[in-house]
Write a protein that binds this ligand. Structure first.
Ligand SMILES: O=C(O)CCC(=O)C(=O)O
Length: 270
C-alpha cells in the first residue's frame, strides 16, 4: 500500500534549469535555497513536532532514540509519510519527485524517508557515505539511489550543519568500519567543508558523497527530512526495506552506534 502511493510517474519535463543540471553534472549535488515557502516550513515544523510525540507502534513508523548518559532522546522517525496524509501530499506536490526524475532520467519511487530531529545536544554523525547503508537492497553499493534533504531550520556551524568531504572518487565506496563509518585514513584524505544553508533549502546529493555532522551545540533544534529515491526501473524496494528495519534484526547498517530502535526501549520511552 505505502510504496505505490509514494511514487509518482509523471512526465519527464526538466524540473531543473540548465545551470542546475550543469552544477549537478560537475558536483553531484545541488542546493536550492528557499525551495519551500516560510509558511510550508512552519507547517512542516509543526508536523515534525507532532510526529516526535507519536506513541511507539509496531509495524508502522519507526522511532529511534539516541542514548546519551543512559537516557533516550528521540533522534529519528522513519517511514512516517504513509501515516501523515497532509505531509505526504505536500511532499508529493512539491516538485521533489520531478527533480529526482530529471536527474535519473526516469520516473522514481521513494525508497525511504526519515526525520532527523537533531535536538540540542544530539545528532552527531560520523563521516560516512549513504550508499552502503542498505544491505537488504539489491541496489546497495551501486549508483542507483539519490538523496534529498529538506532543512526545516537554518543549518549552521553551531548546530552541526552537514560537512561534505570534497575530493572523493566518483562511485567509489570508501574503506569503512562495519558500522559504515569511514576509516580515519580515508577521512584525512578528504577536504571537509561545511554546508550551512537556510531553512526551506533543498539539498539533492549523490549517495557516494562522504558527509558528516557535529553535535548540535545550539539551544534550538535543527530538524531535517532525508528522502532516498531510486528509478522505477530498479524496482520498488521500500516495503522490503522497512520490513527489515522493523524486524529488530535489521541488516541495513546503522552508522550511529548509540542509536536504539523503539522496540529495544520497552519502558524508557513510554
Ligand atoms: O542530520 C545531519 O546532521 C546529518 C545526517 C546524516 O548524515 C544522515 O542521516 O545520513
Amino acid at each position: 500500500m505505502q510504496s505505490t502511493s509514494l511514487k509518482q510517474a509523471k512526465s519527464l519535463a526538466s524540473a531543473l534549469t540548465p545551470e542546475q543540471m550543469k552544477f549537478w553534472a560537475d558536483h553531484d549535488y545541488i542546493l536550492i535555497p528557499s525551495f519551500f515557502s516560510k509558511a510550508d516550513v512552519e507547517k512542516m515544523r509543526g508536523w515534525v513536532e507532532d510526529i516526535a510525540k507519536w506513541p511507539l507502534a509496531e509495524g508502522k513508523y519507526l522511532n529511534y532514540f539516541e542514548m546519551i548518559d543512559g537516557k533516550p532522546y528521540i533522534s529519528r522517525t522513519e517511514n512516517f509519510l504513509p501515516y501523515h496524509p497532509e505531509f505526504k501530499a505536500l511532499i508529493e506536490s512539491s516538485g521533489i519527485f520531478e527533480i529526482v526524475e530529471t536527474i535519473l532520467g526516469e520516473p522514481v519511487v521513494l525508497f525511504k524517508e526519515k526525520i532527523n530531529y537533531k535536538y540540542p545536544g544530539t545528532g552527531e554523525y560520523p563521516p560516512h557515505q549513504d550508499v552502503h547503508a542498505f544491505e537488504t537492497s539489491p541496489l546497495a553499493f551501486q549508483p542507483y539511489h539519490r538523496n534529498v534533504t529538506i532543512f526545516l531550520d537554518d543549518a549552521t556551524i553551531e548546530n552541526g550543519c552537514m560537512e561534505l568531504g570534497w575530493g572523493y572518487e566518483k562511485n567509489k565506496v570508501l574503506g569503512r568500519f562495519p558500522t559504515g563509518a569511514i576509516y580515519e585514513e580515508e577521512v584525512q584524505k578528504l577536504d571537509w567543508r561545511p554546508l550551512p544553508c537556510p531553512a526551506g533549502s533543498l539539498f539533492v546529493f549523490d549517495m557516494f558523497w562522504p558527509h558528516r555532522s557535529a553535535v548540535n551545540n545550539s539551544p534550538d533544534p535543527r530538524r531535517s527530512i532525508f528522502m532516498t529515491f531510486n528509478g522505477i526501473s530498479k524496482g520498488d524496494l521500500r516495503a522490503a526495506h522497512y520490513a527489515d528495519r522493523a524486524s529488530g534484526k535489521a541488516k541495513s547498517r546503522e552508522i550511529k552506534s548509540n542509536l536504539v530502535v523503539q522496540t529495544n526501549l520497552p519502558k524508557a520511552a513510554s
